[in-house]
Design a protein around this ligand. Structure first.
Ligand code: THG
Length: 372
C-alpha cells in the first residue's frame, strides 16, 4: 500500500477480526465491513455493542490566542455560548456558501479546539485563512485516533472500562477519562443513531507508543465487551440512512449549500462574520432549488453498486438522484437519500425510481430521519 494511505493503531486488530473491505477517508483507512452482511451488522448494532475504528475522523487542532476567532470565522454556527466539554455539529462553507465539510467541533479549552472532520482537507483551508488574516494560532493534526463504541449496550461496557462517571456524559458532551495513566477525551456521540461513545485516543508526549497503547485500548474494550456480545463494526449504511446521517462527498458536496442539506438550524446567527456569509444571505433571499430528503421505493432489495438511481416525477421528469440507498429490513422497503427538486420535496409525494436494471418502480418522499 502507498505511504499516502495511512493505517491506524487499530489496523492490525481489525485485520485480525477479518475485515473484508476498506475505504479511504482523509487519506486514512476506514473499515467497510467484516464477516457478516450489512443487514446482520445492522441488527447487531441495534441490540448489542460494536467497536469501530474511526481514526479517519481526523482532528484539526486549533490553539492559541486567536483560536476561537478563527473557529468562529470558519462556520455560520455561533460558538459564543459554547462551553468547554461540548461538541457542536458545524457546517463549514466556502466563499460561495458551498459545503466543504460538516465536522464535529470540540471545545477543549477557551483557546483550544478540535475539528473532527469529514472527508476534506480542512487543515489546509484553516491554515491558509489564518495566514491571510495574520491570526495568532497554531494549527496541526495531532496523533489522535478516534475509536467508536456504538450500540445500546455501549454505556454498560464503557462503565466497566472507565467507571461510573461515564453515566454523567450527556449526548454531544465529553469528559476527560483515565486509561492506564493517560488522559483521554471521551464523548457521547458517534456516526450511528444508537447510544454510543467516541474515545479520542491519544498516546501522549511520546511516553507511550501509539500502536502499543492503541492495541491495549482495543483489547481492553474487546475483553470487557465479551459479556455484552461485542462485535467489530463500522458505520452501517442502513442505520445511517434511516437515521438521516449525511455523508460528505456522497450525499452532498461543495455544490450544495447548508439549507439544501437541512442544516438551517446551524445557520441562524447573523451576529458574527464567517466565510460564505454574503453568499448564504443571497441564497436565503432567492430561495432553494432542491432539498435533501428520504426516499422509500419498491423493487428488488437494492444492493448499492456505486451508481446513482434517478428519481422521477409522475410525468417522468428527473427530480433527483439517490446518493445513498439500500434495502431496509425494518421498513421492508428500499430506502435512500436524495436531493429533490422544488415542488416535489413534500412528505408523501409520490415519485418513481429507476432501478439498476432499468425498471421504473413506485416510491414516496419521507422525512429525514425516517419516521419511527
Ligand atoms: N464523529 C466525529 N467526527 C466525525 C463524525 C462523527 N467527523 C466526520 C463525520 N462524522 C461528520 N458528520 C456527522 C454527521 C452527523 C453527526 C455527527 C457527525 C451527528 N448528528 C446528530 C444527529 O443527526 O442526530 C445531531 C448532532 C447535533 O445536532 O447536535 O451525530 O460521527 N467525532
Amino acid at each position: 500500500m502507498s505511504r499516502r494511505i495511512r493505517g491506524t493503531p487499530y489496523t492490525g486488530m481489525v485485520e485480525k477480526h477479518g475485515v473484508s473491505d476498506f475505504t479511504v477517508v482523509n487519506h486514512m483507512l476506514l473499515p467497510k465491513g467484516f464477516k457478516n452482511s450489512v443487514e446482520t451488522d445492522y441488527w447487531h448494532l441495534s441490540k448489542e455493542v460494536q467497536i469501530w475504528d474511526v481514526s479517519c475522523q481526523r482532528q484539526v487542532q486549533i490553539s492559541g490566542p486567536d483560536a476561537s476567532k478563527l473557529v468562529q470565522r470558519l462556520t455560520p454556527r455561533s460558538i459564543t455560548k459554547m462551553e468547554t466539554g461540548k461538541c457542536f455539529y458545524i457546517p463549514i462553507l466556502n466563499e460561495n456558501a458551498g459545503m466543504i465539510n460538516d465536522p464535529v467541533l470540540l471545545k477543549l479549552d477557551d483557546d483550544m479546539f478540535w475539528i473532527s472532520i469529514a472527508d476534506s482537507d480542512i487543515l489546509l483551508w484553516a491554515k491558509a485563512y489564518a495566514l491571510g488574516l495574520n491570526l495568532n494560532v497554531n494549527i496541526q493534526e495531532p496523533d489522535v485516533y478516534p475509536l467508536a463504541i456504538q450500540g445500546p449496550k455501549s454505556e454498560s461496557l464503557m462503565i466497566k472500562v472507565f467507571g461510573e462517571d461515564i453515566k454523567k456524559i450527556k449526548f454531544f458532551n465529553f469528559r476527560i477519562m483515565d486509561f492506564e495513566g493517560t488522559k483521554q477525551v471521551v464523548a457521547r456521540s458517534g456516526y450511528s443513531k444508537q447510544d454510543g461513545f467516541e474515545i479520542y485516543f491519544k498516546a501522549y508526549d511520546g511516553h507511550f507508543d501509539t500502536i502499543e497503547m492503541g492495541e491495549k485500548l482495543w483489547k481492553t474494550i474487546w475483553d470487557a465487551g465479551q459479556e455484552f456480545n461485542i462485535s467489530p463494526g463500522c458505520p452501517n449504511l442502513i442505520d445511517r440512512i434511516e437515521g438521516g446521517l449525511m455523508s460528505y462527498g456522497n450525499d452532498f458536496t461543495k455544490e450544495n449549500n447548508p439549507f439544501e442539506c437541512n442544516l438551517d438550524r446551524y445557520c441562524k446567527s447573523s451576529e458574527h462574520n464567517f466565510i460564505g456569509k454574503k453568499a448564504l444571505e443571497k441564497i436565503k433571499k432567492k430561495g432553494l432549488k432542491q432539498k435533501m430528503r428520504g426516499v422509500m421505493f419498491d423493487g428488488k432489495p437494492y444492493k448499492p453498486n456505486g451508481k446513482l438511481l434517478p428519481v422521477l416525477s409522475k410525468n417522468k421528469k428527473i427530480i433527483g438522484r439517490i446518493t445513498s440507498g439500500i434495502f431496509s429490513p425494518k421498513y421492508k422497503k428500499n430506502i435512500g437519500l436524495s436531493m429533490i427538486s422544488k415542488g416535489y420535496w413534500n412528505e408523501n409525494e409520490k415519485i418513481i425510481v429507476e432501478t439498476s436494471d432499468g425498471k421504473l418502480v413506485k416510491g414516496i418522499i419521507t422525512t429525514m430521519p425516517f419516521p419511527k
